[in-house]
Design a binder for this molecule. Structure first.
Ligand code: C2O
Ligand code: CU
Ligand code: CU
Length: 547
C-alpha cells in the first residue's frame, strides 16, 4: 500500500499529539464503560439524506420473531456414517423487508428472508448438519475496501463463510475467515453441540468484508437446550422472546447506508454507528405481553455499538445467563451494558405492571415498547435464585500466561489507524498456540482509549479480573505500572463467557481451557470494523503429540 494516501486517513488524535500534550478531542459519547462512540474518525465523506426518525410514528409495528428453522431431512453424520442426523439448508440471499410501517422496504442480504435469520433450535449432545448456500448476487451493495487484508482486488467482491459464534466445532466447520466461497457455492457444516445449553448466533465471517456482510443482515440465532435448563421451569414458548439489537444508518429512501471515508478507493472507517436501532429487524416496535414473567434472550449483533439498556419505569431485570449459558445464581440489575457479540439471558416480571406501557431505552433513546395486558394471569414459571454450580477455574490450573496487547497504530509507523492484537497483523506467523486440553491465562493489555470486546472461537472462558495500568509507561518505557487494584468481574460476568469487554487502560485477565479439537481458529475484537482491519489473529490448538 502506498503511504501517501494512507496519510490522509490518519486519525485526528495521534500518539505524538498525546505525548506533546496537545488538545485531545473528546469523543461525543464517551460512556462509562470507556467506549467512545464516534471517537477519532478520519475524514468522512458527506452522507446522503438519512431517515428522520423523529418524524416516524413509534410503536406501530409488532416486534417480529424469527421463524424456527425446519430440518430438510436426515443425513449421515460425518463421524459415523451409520448414524443419520438432522440436516438443515439455509440460503444466504438478497431480500427486502420493511424496518417500519412508513419506511419503504429495505434491501438486505441475510439468511432466509429476515434479520435475524431463522433460529436453529438444537439439543446439547445432538449433532446437526447445516448447508449454507451462497445465493448472493456477484456485486456488493456496500463499499468494499480493497486495501484491507483478504479483500484485495484479486478477490471476488462477494464472498461468504458462516461462523457459529460460541460453538465448539471442528476447525473445518468453524467458518475460518479464509474459507469463504462465492455465489453459487455451498458448504455443509457439522455442529456437534457437545456443550451446555446457551444462545449462540451465526453470522458471516468472510475475510475483509465481514463488517459489510453483517451490516447487510447476515446474522441469526442458534439455541442449544439441555435437560438441566428444562428442569428450571423458566418461561418458555411464547414467553421466551429473542431480542437482537443491530444499529443501522438508513437513508431517507429506506436503503442501508454504510459511511465511507473521503478516499474513493479506501472507504474503510474505524467504527460504524447507526442512528437507528433495529430490534429483530424493526425500528421502534412494540410487543404485547402478559402481566407475568418473560425470558428475553438478548444479543448485541451490532457492528460496534455498546448498549446501556434500562426499562423506563425503573423496574429490574434479572440476569440468569451469559454468553455460554446459565449463571450460578440470578443477578438483579436496573441497567445492562452489552458489547457487540455478547448475549444475556434475562427474566423480566411484568406482574406488577398490568396495563402499563413500558419503554426499553438505550441511554435516553427509546428503542421499543412493551404493552402489558390489563388482566392478571396465572404464571407457573420460576425465576431461580440459585441456578447451577459454575466452578470458578483456579489460576493454579493454568500452565501458561500470555500477555497480549490491544494497541492502536498511528502514523508514526507509517500505518493507517489500525488496531492490532499483540502488535501483530493477520498474516504474521501464528503466535498463540495452546495445547489441546490445557488451561492458560490471557492478559489482555488494552493500551487504547476504547473498550474492545474480545472473542475467542472454540472455547468458553472465565474472566478473572480487570486492573487499571499506566498505558504510557507500558508503551514507551516498557514498564508495567498498575494504577489500582484488580477489580473482580461484575456479578453477571461470573459465568461462562466467549466475548469479554477489555476495558481501556486496563489489563483484563481471562482463564481458558482449550478443549475441543486441535486446529486453526481465530481470536479477534468483535467491533467488526476493527476485526476487518487487522484486529484479528489466527491461533492454533496443538494436538498434544505436536506440542
Ligand atoms: Cu462472532 Cu469470530 O465471531
Ligand atoms: Cu465466534
Ligand atoms: Cu476493537
Amino acid at each position: 500500500m502506498a503511504s501517501s494516501h494512507l496519510f490522509l486517513r490518519r486519525t485526528i488524535i495521534t500518539r505524538r499529539d498525546f505525548l506533546a500534550g496537545a488538545a485531545v478531542v473528546k469523543s461525543l459519547a464517551a460512556s462509562e464503560s470507556g467506549h467512545h462512540q464516534m471517537a477519532h474518525m478520519p475524514p468522512v465523506a458527506t452522507a446522503p439524506k438519512l431517515l428522520n426518525v423523529e418524524k416516524l410514528t413509534p410503536f406501530v409495528d409488532p416486534l417480529p420473531l424469527p421463524r424456527i428453522a425446519q430440518r430438510t431431512g436426515m443425513m449421515a453424520s460425518p463421524t459415523n456414517r451409520k448414524k443419520h442426523v438432522p440436516f438443515y439448508r439455509v440460503p444466504i440471499q438478497e431480500f427486502v423487508s420493511q424496518v417500519h410501517r412508513d419506511v419503504p422496504a429495505t434491501r438486505f442480504w441475510g439468511y432466509g428472508n429476515s434479520i435475524p435469520g431463522p433460529t436453529i433450535e438444537t439439543r446439547s449432545g445432538e449433532e446437526i448438519l447445516v448447508e449454507w448456500q451462497n445465493k448472493l448476487p456477484s456485486k456488493h451493495f456496500l463499499p468494499v475496501d480493497h486495501h484491507l487484508m483478504g479483500a484485495e482486488k484479486d478477490k471476488p467482491e462477494v464472498r461468504t463463510v458462516v461462523h457459529l459464534h460460541g460453538a465448539k466445532v471442528p476447525p473445518a466447520s468453524d467458518g475460518y475467515p479464509e474459507d469463504w466461497y462465492v455465489p453459487g457455492q455451498s458448504k455443509v457444516y457439522h455442529y456437534p453441540n457437545q456443550q451446555d445449553a446457551a444462545l449462540l448466533w451465526y453470522h458471516d465471517h468472510a475475510m475483509g468484508i465481514n463488517r459489510l456482510n453483517i451490516c447487510a443482515g447476515m446474522l441469526g440465532l442458534y439455541t442449544i437446550r439441555d435437560s438441566f435448563e428444562d428442569s428450571l421451569n423458566l418461561p418458555k414458548g411464547e414467553f421466551e422472546i429473542p431480542l437482537v439489537l443491530t444499529d443501522r444508518m438508513i437513508r431517507a429512501d429506506g436503503q442501508l447506508y454504510y459511511p465511507v471515508s473521503q478516499l474513493a478507493d479506501a472507504p474503510w472507517l474505524p467504527e460504524y454507528f447507526g442512528d437507528v436501532v433495529l430490534i429483530n429487524g424493526k425500528l421502534l416496535p412494540y410487543l404485547e405481553v402478559q402481566p407475568r414473567k418473560y425470558r428475553f434472550r438478548l444479543l448485541n449483533g451490532s457492528n460496534g455499538r455498546f448498549y446501556f439498556l434500562t426499562l423506563a419505569n425503573g423496574q429490574s431485570l434479572h440476569h440468569i445467563g451469559s454468553d455460554q449459558g446459565l449463571l450460578a445464581r440470578s443477578v438483579e440489575a436496573q441497567r445492562l451494558t452489552i458489547a457487540p457479540g455478547e448475549r444475556m439471558d434475562l427474566i423480566v416480571d411484568f406482574a406488577d405492571h398490568a396495563g402499563e406501557e413500558i419503554l426499553l431505552n438505550d441511554n435516553a433513546v427509546r428503542i421499543m415498547q412493551f404493552r402489558v395486558a390489563k388482566n392478571k394471569v396465572a404464571d407457573a414459571s420460576s425465576l431461580p435464585g440459585q441456578i447451577r454450580a459454575v466452578l470458578r477455574m483456579p489460576e493454579s490450573s493454568a500452565i501458561r500466561t500470555r500477555t497480549l496487547t490491544l494497541e492502536e497504530v498511528d502514523y508514526l509507523t507509517g500505518e493507517p489507524d489500525v488496531h492490532l492484537l499483540d502488535g501483530k497483523r493477520w498474516h504474521e506467523p501464528i503466535s498463540e498456540n495452546p495445547v489441546l486440553d490445557t488451561t492458560e491465562i490471557w492478559e489482555l493489555m488494552n493500551l487504547t482509549d476504547d473498550a474492545h470486546p474480545i472473542h475467542l472461537h472454540l472455547v468458553r472462558f472465565q474472566i478473572l479480573d480487570r486492573r487499571p495500568l499506566n498505558t504510557g509507561a507500558y508503551l514507551y518505557q516498557k514498564k508495567l505500572l498498575y494504577t489500582g487494584e484488580a477489580v473482580p468481574p461484575e456479578p453477571h460476568e461470573m459465568g461462562w463467557k466467549d466475548t469479554i469487554r477489555a476495558t481501556p487502560g486496563a489489563c483484563t485477565r481471562i482463564i481458558v481451557n482449550f478443549s475441543g479439537y486441535p486446529g486453526r481458529y481465530v481470536w479477534h475484537c468483535h467491533i467488526l470494523e476493527h476485526e476487518d482491519n487487522e484486529m484479528m489473529r489466527p491461533y492454533e490448538v496443538l494436538a498434544p503429540a505436536n506440542a
